[in-house]
Design a protein around this ligand. Structure first.
Ligand SMILES: *[C@@H]1O[C@H](CO)[C@@H](O)[C@H](O)[C@H]1NC(C)=O
Ligand SMILES: *[C@@H]1O[C@H](CO)[C@@H](O)[C@H](O)[C@H]1NC(C)=O
Ligand SMILES: *[C@@H]1O[C@H](CO)[C@@H](O)[C@H](O)[C@H]1NC(C)=O
Length: 371
């Protein structure tokens, strides 16, 4: 019998060297030009430092009295989980952006919900629509809102990845709670609280998903006509709907969570814009309302509690865009020129659209078909 003895060979060494090179170069991705280049922000190397050791909040205990209810056991696992931990709102911060993020006036703060594993999407947004820059003189800042992976071993990997991202880009806000669909409201609530002490003066906030295409230049143009100290909450308005009571739906909400058959008007969570006045109002309401598992509906509840209403903006298409004519591609940049936000784009599509819209010679009309 021959023993196969492992010995370092040339190809292994080369492979290792390649990995090291890749790691080194990944922190300095080339940046794409934006639709409006604007003066390039002086690239501040974020001064990352580990968070000061604070007493971690005591682990939140499950509300076991919930489990006594006769309907409880038959509910899907994620709904049971939600009910048991609904009251928990105190979670340790794992990563936070440097204080420089909001040291100077911020016009538009991009608060992008992302999951730990969505590294590729974050990388694409960093060099496209969420690039930190000035648009028409208005400073844009970027933050990714992230939780932790449910699986302990995965969490260790992702927490390290997010630490590396925080160091390299200074745009990670991460808490120690399970990043799941029914915990998105918790993410919103924790962001509202963080923002009160760390970035209260941002005039406007875009709250959005990491799989949308946001025309941030158009957003600035639109917002420059608005007063940050009066109410603004615009997006894809959804009205006259209520909870879905079929257990296999992603949006299933049983009566044990809410008896109400109607939702207040709200804006689709893919992306919406709000003023700092409205951010403060939402924060006030979020403190007194019980958490509702669907985050965009919850914000509709908060608005209603404050006597405010969400509004429609025709440029926000969280249900996608339909080409007005079958002869035209619905990927034609000319459709997107006038829009604010479109759901959902693949990462490569975001790169292509950003590139197309940034061409100064983009011609729209019969002669100028790009895709
Ligand atoms: C636990 O659940 C019960 C309902 O079963 C509720 O009345 C109580 O307020 C909950 N406790 C907490 C701490 O949320
Ligand atoms: C939300 O996060 C908390 C803390 O990690 C966890 O205990 C709970 O199960 C999560 N809830 C859902 C619905 O995932
Ligand atoms: C935020 O604005 C308030 C009043 O408008 C001002 O007193 C405060 O210094 C500002 N904070 C920062 C960090 O700019």
């Amino acid at each position: 019998m021959r023993l196969l003895r492992p010995r370092p060979d040339v190809s292994l060494v080369l492979a290792l060297a390649a990995v090291v090179l890749l790691l080194l170069s990944s922190t300095s991705l080339p940046s794409c030009p934006g639709p409006e280049m604007g003066p390039e922000e002086p690239q501040e190397v974020p001064t990352w430092s580990p968070l000061p050791a604070r007493a971690a909040p005591a682990p939140c205990r499950a509300n076991l009295s919930m489990a006594q209810h006769p309907d409880f056991a038959a509910l899907p696992a994620h709904v049971r989980d939600f009910l048991l931990y609904r009251h928990c709102r105190d979670f340790a911060l794992l990563q936070e952006p440097p204080a420089a993020k909001c040291a100077r006036p911020v016009f538009l703060l991009l608060a992008i919900k992302s999951s730990p594993a969505n590294y590729g999407r974050r990388q694409v947004l960093r060099v496209t629509w969420a690039r930190e820059r000035q648009v028409h003189g208005a400073p844009l800042r970027r933050l990714f809102l992230v939780g932790s992976d449910r699986d302990q071993r995965q969490a260790r990997k992702f927490n390290r990845l997010l630490e590396l991202e925080a160091r390299a880009y200074g745009d990670i806000l991460q808490w120690d709670f399970h990043d799941s669909f029914f915990n998105l409201t918790l993410k919103q609530v924790l962001f509202l609280e963080w923002q009160r002490t760390h970035c209260p003066n941002a005039s406007f906030v875009l709250s959005g998903d990491d799989d949308v295409f946001a025309h941030t230049d158009n957003m600035v143009t639109y917002l420059q006509d608005h007063d940050p100290d009066s109410h603004l909450f615009v997006g894809h308005l959804i009205q006259n709907v209520g909870p879905i009571r079929v257990p296999w739906s992603k949006y299933f909400v049983p009566k044990l969570v809410s008896e109400d058959e109607h939702y207040p008007p709200y804006c689709g969570g893919g992306g919406f814009l709000l003023s700092r006045f409205t951010v403060a109002a939402l924060r006030g309401a979020a403190r007194v309302l019980p958490v509702f598992p669907i985050d965009d509906v919850f914000l509709g509840m908060c608005l209603q509690q404050q006597g405010l209403a969400p509004a429609w903006h025709d440029g926000v298409r969280t249900a996608g865009v339909h080409s007005p004519s079958p002869r035209l591609s619905s990927f034609d940049p000319c459709f997107y020129r006038g829009l604010l936000l479109v759901h959902r784009f693949l990462p490569f599509e975001i790169v292509l659209m950003w590139d197309a819209l940034s061409r100064p010679q983009l011609v729209c009309g019969k002669q100028g078909r790009v895709y």
